[in-house]
Design a protein around this ligand. Structure first.
Ligand code: PMP
Length: 430
């Protein structure tokens, strides 16, 4: 085998030198084959959109304002769109004024701009453990020191957040911010309880902490319930991130940040340095979608669809997965977080899973320190209900076979195989 060395290695910036594509990325290329049921990608079911309505919206944008749509725009994003986005936030009870918003290329650019705005190499950023893989990517590419706060079924353990804040203060350090996904978290599939939201708000005041509230899924609660946002509790301390990816379509790459004015101004400068301005074309498509289409109804349709898929997912898991496996029970959005017994490593298992025609994301991707080998994220939003059943049956076969193997190898010395207490499948762990 010929070892390829990168001839550009000596020229890269220090923060880029350590970056490399994981083996898992290569496996995912295979996982998109049609015979594989993929619970891997966090993709909305865009087939639930009324494509004729979208076509009309796109055609109308070009017909009525083509020259503007195809022109450059301002770095903050179109005022007309920002007014519409404030209405989306209002539906969720999140207060905002259009002037406070910066339109971004999806929530992902928002997370990257916020990280660039605050993080110098070595700076501490606190985040739930596990947390969104794209946030870890943005933070680690800037050499942040990401420290995780463990979670349970009620979201981030706020008692442990307090401990970390105190420990940092004892070291004479301060976290640049706390990154939090309070609603239907990716990947854990749980929400931060109301009581804990209040505690986070109190702790933020007491410890002079900034909070980045990333909220792609707040309107996707299966029963339509919406808990108060942190922005509504401590607006001066919160930088709020929204996105149309899960409420309309990720293909329009439209997200936004609502931030206190001084931070907003820095973010606009950073965004202008990155890409000048968001696309006028996609902004105007989203704007017109929100102005002329029944978007609240569409969100309701998404909610009902995902609730149905979650039901099939959880029922089939209860029937098919071994008793030693635990999982969370989402009340909204896309994700179930799986915990497997000691002796099984979900990263090692992925190649076998793909050979068995089912895919997931191994837990390690959701921790900056690559812990989480006993977890996996299963995303049920995209496959049809029939495919979900098939995929879970395959996963059950795989996990049962793997457990047999663990028992055969270790015999009576098998690592403690945890069993589900009282038949309820819960537990986030690590
Ligand atoms: N934050 C979280 C928690 C997400 O799950 C995602 C997408 N999966 C994003 C941000 C970014 O999404 P987008 O760039 O499509 O808005």
């Amino acid at each position: 085998m010929r070892l390829e060395t990168d001839p550009y290695l000596a020229r890269y910036a220090a923060r880029v030198t350590g970056m490399s594509a994981s083996e898992i990325r290569a496996l995912f290329a295979v996982a998109s084959r049609p015979e594989i049921v993929s619970f891997a990608g966090g993709m909305p079911d865009t087939s639930a959109l009324d494509l004729e309505a979208v076509e009309q919206v796109v055609a109308a944008v070009i017909r009525d304002s083509g020259a503007v749509a195809l022109q450059y725009g301002g770095g903050q994003g179109r005022p007309e769109l920002r007014e519409q986005l404030v209405q989306v936030m209002r539906l969720q009870g999140v207060p905002a004024h259009p002037d406070e918003l910066v339109v971004t290329v999806g929530g992902q650019q928002a997370l990257e701009l916020i990280a660039s705005c605050f993080v110098d190499p070595g700076d501490v950023v606190l985040a739930e453990g596990p947390t969104y893989v794209g946030a870890i990517g943005a933070l680690t590419s800037l050499q942040a020191d990401v420290r995780h706060v463990p979670m349970d079924e009620a979201g981030m353990r706020v008692d442990l957040l307090e401990e970390q804040l105190q420990a940092l203060e004892a070291e004479g350090r301060r976290a640049k911010y706390l990154y939090l996904i309070p609603n239907h978290q990716n990947p854990a599939g749980v929400s931060l309880s109301l009581e804990r939201r209040r505690r986070v708000a109190e702790l933020a005041e007491r410890h002079d902490l900034l909070v980045v509230e990333d909220d792609p899924y707040g309107l996707l609660g299966f029963d339509g319930e919406v808990l108060p946002s942190l922005r509504s509790m401590i607006p001066e301390r919160v930088i709020y991130v929204g996105t149309m990816s899960k409420l309309f379509a990720p293909g329009v790459r439209t997200g936004w940040i609502a931030a206190p004015a001084p931070v907003r101004d820095k973010l606009i400068l950073l965004r202008e340095a990155a890409d000048l301005c968001p696309s006028n074309l996609t902004q105007m498509i989203v704007e017109r979608w929100l102005q002329t289409q029944p978007w609240v109804e569409q969100i309701k349709r998404f909610r009902q669809l995902y609730a149905e898929k979650a039901g099939v997912m959880l029922d089939t898991m209860a029937a098919e997965l071994p008793a030693e496996v635990h999982w969370t029970r989402p009340q909204g959005a896309f994700y179930v977080w799986l915990t497997v017994p000691a002796g099984i490593d979900t990263s090692d298992l992925l190649a076998k899973a793909i050979a068995h025609r089912v895919a997931y994301v191994p837990g390690r991707g959701f921790f900056a320190d690559s812990s989480g080998g006993d977890h996996a994220r299963l995303c049920f939003s995209f496959p049809s209900t029939d495919r979900i059943r098939e995929g879970v049956v395959r996963l059950g076969e795989l996990l049962n076979a793997e457990l047999e193997l663990v028992r055969a190898v270790y015999g009576e010395h098998a690592p403690q195989l945890r069993t589900r207490r009282g038949g309820r499948a819960t537990g986030i762990g690590g």
